[in-house]
Design a binder for this molecule. Structure first.
Ligand code: DP6
Length: 391
């Protein structure tokens, strides 16, 4: 029987606090600005991927949550090509190594969160794919080197190769060799950042980020000011806020950057609207929570969809997550280990319409926090015969 080679990993989701929005080179996925994110805990949100290869496989394949995916797209192909070329260099330098670079790949992937929730899964997906193949090929490349490859799968994926606080430096080289992710600080530096995700029920498929950002670059007049002036300033301030563990500064920069990014979406012609009434209700309640505390203890941010991600510190759990639990306690998600521990707190001076808007518009909540980067695991989703493991 032919040998089946396997390696498995889990990889996290990340939610940007300074957003990537705009490509200067769409084929290499080179951004118009740097970005910075918080990696979220894999206990709550993760992609688990097994990469395998064997001389018996006839074609490259990718199975996600049991459904076959197209691997012929240029993004997946770019990742396969780059990783194979690194493996082939290794094989050239050591003739005793099996020639895995010439074999077909079978990738099997599972998310531990509902795809329907509309959470950015491409970041965790491509990070897991790249990490698992790099492990299968026993590459010595660092996470930063691998980020150059994951970026070509999906821009935001390059940040999911690290835990904690991660920046993606836009770089300036035309070939993208310096457009890479690096760790700003490990999660252990500031471990008490938490997040509550308010999943909006009518998560109708809107404009994809890939296409939305292209339209913004092409038509928005506000956009270049954001990319050239505002984001570079915020990147510096955000790194500093993280170093100093200054939540109020982190919060204001996060909310301003989300607002600014959505302003460039509204300034796109024709306009793109990712926020809906539920999103605006979440913003209002976060403002109420901060007003009651007399300082910023909660920070909202939104990606290319209506779900709110609200960051806060563990010590303010009651005043933030507890207040949401006070009126969203019936929703799915509080039964989790983290959710169960949140004490209900009665919110002060909450906008009644906003509270009602969230009750009507939120389908579930996810309680999570800052977490670690990809983790190598022995739980393989491909068995010893090369078959996908049915779950
Ligand atoms: C709003 O990484 O999904 O979430 O590179 O085209 O795959 P592609 O785009 P993607 O865009 C993410 C946009 C964002 C902001 C962010 O994560 O920084």
């Amino acid at each position: 029987m032919s040998e089946i080679y396997r390696a498995s990993t889990t990889a996290p989701v990340n939610i940007a606090v300074i957003k990537y929005w705009g490509k200067r080179d769409p084929s290499l996925n080179l951004p118009t600005n740097s970005s910075l994110s918080v990696t979220l805990s894999q206990s709550d949100l993760r992609t688990h991927t097994t990469a395998s290869c064997s001389p018996t496989y006839n074609s490259d394949s990718l199975l996600l949550n049991g459904s076959p995916q197209d691997t012929s797209g240029s993004r997946t192909q770019a990742c396969f090509r780059e990783l194979r070329s690194l493996r082939s260099e290794l094989e050239k330098s050591d003739a005793s190594l099996p020639k895995l670079s010439t074999q077909k790949l079978k990738i099997v992937s599972e998310n531990n969160f509902p795809t329907a929730a509309g959470l950015a899964s491409s970041a965790a997906g491509f990070a897991a794919l790249v990490r698992a193949i790099a492990d299968l090929y026993q590459l010595t490349a660092t996470p930063t080197e691998l980020s150059r490859i994951a970026r070509q799968g999906s821009g935001s994926a390059c940040r999911s190769l690290f835990g904690g606080y991660v920046s993606w430096e836009m770089g300036s080289a035309a070939d993208g060799s310096d457009s890479l992710a690096t760790e700003v600080a490990p999660s252990s530096h500031w471990p008490n950042i938490r997040a509550i995700i308010l999943v909006a029920s009518s998560a109708k498929k809107g404009v994809s980020s890939t296409s939305g950002m292209q339209q913004t670059v092409a038509t928005s007049e506000l956009f270049s000011h954001r990319a050239k002036v505002l984001v570079p300033e915020r990147m510096t301030k955000m790194k500093d806020a993280i170093k100093r563990k200054d939540f109020a500064a982190f919060a204001e920069l996060t909310m301003r950057d989300s607002n600014g990014f959505h302003a460039t979406c509204a300034d796109t012609y024709p306009p793109i609207f990712y926020l809906n009434d539920t999103s605006r209700a979440a913003i209002r309640v976060v403002e109420n929570i901060n007003a009651a505390a007399g300082r910023s203890i909660a920070a909202y941010t939104f990606d290319a969809g209506p779900n709110a991600v609200v960051y806060y510190l563990a010590e303010d759990e009651g005043a933030v997550a507890g207040v949401f639990k006070g009126f969203l306690g019936e929703k799915e998600g509080w039964g989790s280990e983290r959710g169960g521990k949140v004490k209900v707190v009665e919110g002060k001076d909450l906008d009644e319409n906003a509270v009602q808007g969230l009750k009507d518009g939120v389908s579930r909540v996810i309680l999570t926090g800052v977490g670690e980067g990809p983790i190598s695991v022995q739980d393989h989703l491909v068995d010893e015969k090369g078959e996908a493991v049915a779950r």
